[in-house]
Structures are given as structure tokens and as C-alpha cells.
Design a protein around this ligand. Structure first.
Ligand SMILES: C[S@@+](CC[C@H](N)C(=O)[O-])C[C@H]1O[C@@H](n2cnc3c(N)ncnc32)[C@H](O)[C@@H]1O
Length: 545
């Protein structure tokens, strides 16, 4: 693109110029230096957050209310936040869970003005008031696609004034008040002033009664001019200010319902030069070149960071981590528990791809054969079926999820501080049959491996931040049909504070629960339950019902 972007879009500059010199709008050029200031005005939650004013201007230029806006690099969700404010639908995507968590919190806690819809009774009334006409009698449906009622700037021409019959009506109405005042003023001063002879200021020597007549006359004279100006503006052709809809100050808006979806991790198979399938897990074990560098880098981080669990005291700290020449097992880790030293077999998943259940079974078998006490798998993603697999014979299988930051490990300081390897235990879930053939889901907690005793015990539900059910899971994408929030602190506090309003306690109680509302059995024969902990890690379990 080159040259000037010509934009038929104007922004109101009301209040920025004194009335005499004021031109109420400017046409934008392609240099938007006025957006810089507002960037600092936005509270910054993300290091690369875009200023709302920039996105707002693009959005208002390029879309209409009801349109769908896509931002594939969500960040802190500025596009979605602005789209929500201006009645546009939106989809936003990011690879970072941090960014999605920030965007989710930002939109959930947002408070927006309520703009008058053109397709509403209030909107029709406002439109009539602005154009000084009778309100429309069209039935209204609240359809946002008809837009809002916007402020506008008139294009005043001599023609529009000449054609405005209302001016004469206003003039005649005011003459009835102005003329008697002028006559009385002339009488008291012994003058024969025409309207244009009457001075703006009264003479200090005039009697009080004369001063009063003079000020009354001017009051009416100014009121007449104002009304004529308003009539000229209302009847002239005009341009809408799409960034200035009229607000209903008595109403406050919050974001409409939205869902946060994550792709189910799918195993990725790559095709080689001769169309042969390349299994990334099998490739990894060959230990050459880049793959080996990746495994090496992961092991270095694992040694420093250890493996985190829901509770700090359950963290696994390695006293030693040494390479192991296995097929799938690539290292041996040693850690202490109450019974003395334990040997863990370490399995590292692929740099790009998902670990599946058969990979885990093979690694656990290898660990058992080599006399290890436990298998610790480290991977970016596990497929849905591997979540059910937590033990092979005497070997517990611990699935640590690697933080996506490890993709950028070269730029990462290896301080051992980040949550780089986190085990999220199996959620302990009961499916309850209720009357009428419906079912309920109850989450009892999450299984946690206690390295001190080597046991796996179910933890209470307090380790769960929120959980969702797809009551009709199609095995492809998880659709949040039920959502529950278990946070120890009131998770809706931020929203309550922003809204400055109380939330219906009964409605809240149904959401703040470890037991779902009853629902009909799934048509697909499957339901999926997704559980998210306070670190933002999630695990999904699928059940046949
Ligand atoms: C400059 S930030 C966007 C900032 C955003 N406009 C805001 O106001 O916060 C770019 C975002 O794109 C994300 N990203 C980078 N590569 C991506 C990809 N391939 N797919 C989706 N998101 C990606 C990054 O995680 C980052 O959050």
C-alpha cells in the first residue's frame, strides 16, 4: 500500500476549539499521532498490548455493528474487548495460554456504555429529537445490524437554510415576545431603536426596570438564535460520527456470553520425502542432531526446575539426572522419599507433537524391565486417551506437562523458578444417576502423587479453579455446555467490583459447585469433563454414559 489512505470517517473534535474557530470534524490522514496518548491511558496488562484507540478506529472504519471480527493474535484481547464494546461479534486466537487467560479476565471484568440502538423505541425517539421530526412508527426488533443512533455534523449550505421553512415559524413565535419588550424599552428610554440598534450592554445609568427589560429582550434574542441554529443543523444534510453514538446513561453493559476453546491435542504424523509416515516419538529416541539438542535442553531444565505438583511440598527435586541409553527412556532421575532413594525413568515427548497412550505404555514397560520405581513422562501435549493411563503393573506413570516457554528455552534463564514441568493428576469424577434418566457429574478432586510416600491420593476439590462439561462430546472439539467455578476466593469478586452490583446468590451457588446440575444423557454416548487448576493447567477426561 502506498500514498494517503483516504478515509470517509470523521471524529468529533467537540470542545477542542473555541466556538468561533471550531470545525467539528477532521478527516484522517494515514498518520495517526493522536493515538499515542491514549496508549498510556489504557491500563497495561500485556507487555505488547495495543492501544485500544488504534484498534477502535480500525474497527469502526472497517466494520458495522453485528459484523464478525477475527484477530488471530489475541494477546491481551484488545480486539475482542473493543469489538464487544461496539456490538461486533468476535473470534480471537493465541498460542499462549497466558494471553488467553489475560484476555478472558479482561473481557469478563469489562464494563461498557450502553449505546442507543437505531432499531429500538428509545432510538426512534432520539432520532426524532435530533431531526426535529415525528418519531418513526416502524415496529422495532432490537436488531444491532441497524446500528446505533449517532451524533452527526451538518453540512450547512445557503440552500439548506433557504429551504428550511421551520425558521419562519421559530421567528414568528419569538417575535411575539421580543416586540413588546422592544417597545417598552424604547418607551422608557425615549428612543426608536430597531432590533439591530439595541446595544449588547445596558448603560449603568439606566433605571433598574429598564435594565431588566433590556436583559429580558437579549435572553429571548439569544434563545431565538439558538433554536434557529439547531433547526438549521437538524434539517441540513449531515455526516454521521460513527465513534459517537448516543448513550443511555441509565444502563451498563457487560460482555455477552463467550467460550474459550482449546484444540484437543492431536498426535501429529509427518510425511517423509517418499510419502512414508514419520513417527515423531520414534524419531526422538534416535538421538541425533536437533532432536538430541532438544532432549538435552529439556533435561537441563528438568534438573534445575524439578517437577511441580498442585502443592509445593509435593515437588520432585532430583538429586541426580543422568542420561540413560534406553529406547524411549532417555534419562535416569534420582530423588529421595520416606523410603530412601527412588529411581525415576524419564521419557521426553516430541518437540512438536502429542504423546499418545501407546507411547506411554511402551515407555512404562521399558521402565519396569529396567527396574525403575516410577516413570515420569514430560510432554507438551497428551492425547485424550493417555489421561486414563496412570499405572503399568507396579510402575506409577506420572505425566508432567511441559510449559510452552520451553519452546524458547534458548532465551529462557534456567533459574528453576518457572512452572516448567507440572504434573496434573487424574481428576476423580463420579457420574451420578438421578431421577428421570438424567445424570449429574461430581468432581471429588484430583489424584496427586506424593513423592514422600510414593502414593497416589485424591486431593480435595479445592485444588480446582474451574471445571467444565461438554454434555454431548463429539470427540473432536470440547464445547463448554456447563461451567463451574470452585476457587477458594470468590472468583467473581473482580466482576462484582467492576459491576458495582451484587450477583444473584442462588444463580451463583449453582455455578460455585463441585456437583453439576442434572442433564440428559448424551446423544453421542460420551461426555467430556475438563478440569483446570490454579496454575492454569487443564486435563480432560472422556466418559461413556
Ligand atoms: C503483539 S501480540 C498481540 C497484542 C494484542 N493486539 C494486544 O493488544 O494485547 C502478538 C500475540 O500473537 C501471539 N502469537 C504469536 N504467534 C502466533 C501464532 N502462530 N498463532 C497465534 N498466535 C500467535 C503471541 O502469543 C502474542 O500474544
Amino acid at each position: 500500500m502506498s500514498g494517503d489512505v483516504h478515509v470517509r470517517f470523521c471524529e468529533s473534535l467537540r470542545g477542542r476549539f473555541p466556538r468561533a474557530t471550531r470545525h467539528p470534524v477532521v478527516t484522517f490522514s494515514n498518520s495517526w499521532d493522536d493515538t499515542i496518548i491514549s496508549g498510556y491511558a489504557d491500563p497495561k496488562v500485556y507487555v505488547v498490548q495495543t492501544a485500544t484507540k488504534v484498534i477502535q478506529r480500525c474497527l469502526l472504519m472497517a466494520t458495522d455493528p453485528g459484523d464478525l471480527v477475527l484477530d488471530p493474535t489475541c494477546g491481551s484481547g484488545t480486539t475482542a474487548y473493543v469489538a464487544e464494546q461496539w456490538g461486533r461479534r468476535w473470534i480471537t486466537i493465541d498460542t499462549s495460554r497466558v494471553s488467553l487467560a489475560l484476555a478472558r479476565a479482561r473481557i469478563m471484568g469489562a464494563r461498557y456504555p450502553y449505546y442507543l440502538l437505531a432499531d429500538s423505541l428509545e432510538g426512534q425517539q432520539k432520532e426524532a429529537e435530533i431531526t426535529r421530526t415525528l418519531p418513526s412508527t416502524q415496529p422495532t426488533n432490537g436488531n444491532i445490524r441497524h446500528g446505533f443512533v449517532y451524533e452527526r455534523v451538518p453540512h450547512i449550505t445557503l440552500k439548506s437554510i433557504a429551504n428550511n421553512a421551520e425558521i419562519d415559524v421559530i421567528w414568528d413565535r419569538f417575535q411575539e415576545k421580543l416586540e413588546p419588550l422592544r417597545e417598552q424599552l424604547n418607551q422608557s428610554l425615549g428612543k426608536n431603536w430597531q432590533e439591530w440598534d439595541i446595544p449588547r450592554e445596558a448603560d449603568a445609568k439606566w433605571p433598574d426596570a429598564t435594565k431588566k427589560l433590556h436583559s429580558d429582550w437579549w435572553e429571548q434574542r439569544i434563545a431565538r438564535q439558538k433554536e434557529i441554529d439547531a433547526s438549521i443543523a437538524a434539517k441540513a444534510e449531515h455526516e454521521y460520527l460513527y465513534d459517537k453514538p448516543y448513550e443511555d446513561k441509565k444502563k451498563v453493559r457487560v460482555a455477552g456470553p463467550f467460550t474459550v476453546e482449546s484444540l484437543s491435542p492431536h498426535r501429529v504424523l509427518t510425511v517423509g520425502a517418499d510419502d512414508e509416515l514419520i513417527d515423531s516419538v520414534a524419531e526422538a529416541k534416535e538421538g541425533f542432531g536437533q532432536e538430541r539438542d532438544f532432549v538435552q535442553m529439556i533435561l537441563e531444565n528438568l534438573k534445575t526446575a524439578g517437577v511441580q505438583q498442585a502443592h509445593k511440598e509435593d515437588k520432585i527435586n532430583f538429586t541426580a539426572l543422568t542420561p540413560w541409553p534406553g529406547d524411549l527412556i532417555c534419562a535416569e532421575g534420582r530423588f529421595e522419599d520416606a523410603g530412601g532413594e527412588k529411581r525415576a525413568a524419564i521419557f521426553i515427548g516430541p518437540e512438536f507433537g502429542t504423546v499418545s497412550r501407546p507411547d506411554l505404555v511402551a515407555a512404562a514397560r521399558e521402565a519396569g524391565d529396567a527396574g525403575f520405581d516410577v516413570l515420569i513422562a514430560c510432554a507438551f501435549n497428551y492425547d485424550a486417551h493417555s489421561s486414563e493411563f496412570d499405572k503399568l503393573g507396579r510402575i506409577p506413570v506420572l505425566k508432567a506437562r511441559m510449559n510452552a516457554d520451553l519452546h524458547m528455552a534458548d532465551d529462557l534463564k534456567n533459574t528453576g523458578k518457572g512452572n516448567l514441568f507440572v504434573i496434573f493428576g487424574e481428576p476423580d469424577i463420579d457420574i451420578l444417576n438421578v431421577e428421570g434418566g438424567q445424570i449429574q457429574v461430581k468432581v471429588n478432586g484430583v489424584d496427586v502423587f506424593h513423592p514422600n510416600t510414593g502414593e497416589v491420593r485424591s486431593d480435595g476439590a479445592e485444588g480446582i479453579a474451574c471445571w467444565f462439561i461438554d454434555t454431548d462430546y463429539n470427540e473432536e472439539s470440547f464445547f463448554v455446555r456447563h461451567a463451574y467455578f470452585l476457587g477458594a476466593n470468590d472468583p467473581y469478586k473482580a466482576l462484582k467490583t467492576t459491576l458495582k452490583a451484587e450477583i444473584n446468590e442462588d444463580a451463583w451457588a449453582t455455578l460455585n459447585s463441585d456437583t453439576s446440575r442434572p442433564f440428559d444423557k448424551s446423544k453421542t454416548g460420551r461426555i467430556a469433563v475438563k478440569v483446570i487448576n490454579h496454575l492454569g493447567d487443564e486435563v480432560m477426561k472422556v466418559f461413556r454414559v
